[in-house]
Design a protein around this ligand. Structure first.
Ligand SMILES: [Zn+2]
Length: 448
């Protein structure tokens, strides 16, 4: 029957509308004990199940210096005595390049590796974690879910038909992840300032987080409907009111600083998050977001100019930019242009989009520039480490793209000489070398 899929689609639309139209809109949090009602207990139970799921599915880091760092800073900003025994504060890292952080109502607080990768110091991390703790301490998830139940009561039965992510419990958890109302976000921000000071960190680092989140290197971020960490206009507002409150505390903060009671925690932070920043940059390259990867690579190179791996990352980002200007021009930054780009991304493959870019007249100048920057970065890597497989591969591919076959053959041969036995790239390198040799021979035979 043609209409068979329709009711399901309608239900899905209803739940989608619910997500947007009925945000968890408790006006303010409650920082006193909140005894659980049966449906609240369900929310806590599902939160606990998610924790196991994150581990089982490999969504979270299970060891390493970044996780240690997050746990250490988290322990400093978490409440010493949670008001309810179902709030057990614990801190984790989600392996995702998307800059975000969230907390579940039972006290699980997560920061994404992609947010860690762009933060500058411990004080900023303390601000992020304290903000998330406040969502838990203020019972924002539980109160919001109660509010949503009152509003939509009858829809629960409908939503059960839609499977796991459609129940109100899960809608409450989705909100915990994608953000609450502006009032609750502001409440969490303002209370987080005091907590950060109590923990001995400098809260004046907090507005800087919003500035970092305002970065839109790809030029594709269109204002979302909810309040995530990276909601662009909301970030601006958050930066403004946070700065205002900090200005009002200036005298107190200065005297605390003189007494040595406000730590920024730069030392060690960069080293702890370094592998995550590199990984996030690689993930952005794999997702064809080279501008974002470039920003991360440039920051890495700035911090470690003598590291050949970061130079290779920089080279790879420039190479993958191909005909795209490294910084999107104003014409790309209008809402309409951003939407068009999002649509292209959804409907065309990466190579289709590349073909289109490379065929356009406007792409010629940026292409030439990007290739020159890529070559310079790879050559710098080889200067730092005379045999570097990543740099050799990059130069081989770059030379091939530029039609410099002799050079490309030379770099592939060098790569093969330096590659460890059994490297997964070996068959590819061998094939490229064969193709290049065949093409060069054919060219020679044509000559008289
Ligand atoms: Zn929040």
């Amino acid at each position: 029957m043609m209409t068979q899929g329709l009711p399901h689609r309608l239900l899905a639309a209803a739940v989608a509308a619910l997500l947007v139209a009925a945000p968890l809109s408790a006006a303010e949090g409650c920082y006193q004990p909140v005894p659980l009602r049966p449906k609240d207990a369900e929310l806590i139970r599902v939160s606990g199940e998610l924790e196991d799921q994150f581990v089982r599915r490999g969504d979270v880091l299970t060891s390493g210096p970044a996780l240690d760092l997050v746990r250490r800073v988290g322990a400093r900003v978490a409440p010493a005595h949670p008001v309810d025994d179902y709030q057990r504060f614990r801190f984790g890292v989600i392996d995702s390049p998307v800059p975000n952080a969230f907390a579940l109502p039972d006290g699980q607080v997560y920061v994404h590796s992609g947010l860690l990768a762009i933060l500058e110091n411990e004080a900023q991390l303390a601000g992020v974690l304290a903000h998330e703790c406040m969502h838990v301490e203020g019972h924002h998830g539980i109160l919001g879910a109660r509010d949503a139940r009152r509003k939509v009561g009858g829809m629960v039965a409908l939503s059960i038909a839609l499977g796991q992510w459609a129940s109100l419990v899960n809608i409450a958890l989705v909100h915990a992840i994608i953000g609450y109302t502006r009032d609750l976000e502001q409440e969490a921000d303002l209370r987080a300032i005091d907590r950060v000071v109590e923990a001995g960190y400098d809260p004046r680092e907090m507005p800087g987080v919003f500035a970092l989140l305002d970065l839109d290197p790809e030029g594709e971020s269109v204002r979302p409907k909810t309040a995530t960490w990276s909601d662009h206009p909301l970030s601006e507002q958050r930066s403004q009111y946070t700065t205002q409150v900090l200005d009002g505390m200036a005298a107190r903060l200065e005297s605390l600083e003189k007494e040595g009671k406000l730590e920024t925690g730069d030392a060690g932070f960069a080293d702890a998050v370094l592998p995550l920043a590199r990984r996030a940059a690689r993930q952005y390259l794999a997702a064809d977001r080279p501008r974002t990867a470039l920003v991360l690579a440039q920051r890495l190179v700035e911090k470690h100019p003598d590291d050949p791996a970061d130079q290779v990352l920089l080279g790879d980002a420039f190479r993958q930019l191909d005909a795209r200007p490294a910084v999107p021009p104003d014409t790309e930054m209008t809402k309409r242009a951003k939407r068009a780009k999002q649509k292209e991304r959804a409907t065309k493959t990466a190579s289709e989009r590349a073909m289109q870019r490379l065929g356009a007249e406007t792409g010629k100048a940026p292409l030439e520039q990007n290739r020159a920057h890529a070559r310079a970065a790879y050559e710098e890597a080889l200067r730092l480490q005379s045999v570097h497989p990543g740099a050799l591969e990059g130069l081989a591919r770059l030379s091939e793209a530029e039609g410099l076959l002799v050079e490309a053959g030379h770099y592939w041969s060098s790569w093969l000489e330096s590659a460890p036995p059994g490297d997964p790239l070996t068959p590819t390198a061998v094939q490229h070398l064969k193709d290049i040799t065949r093409e060069l021979n054919a060219k020679q035979q044509v000559k008289p």
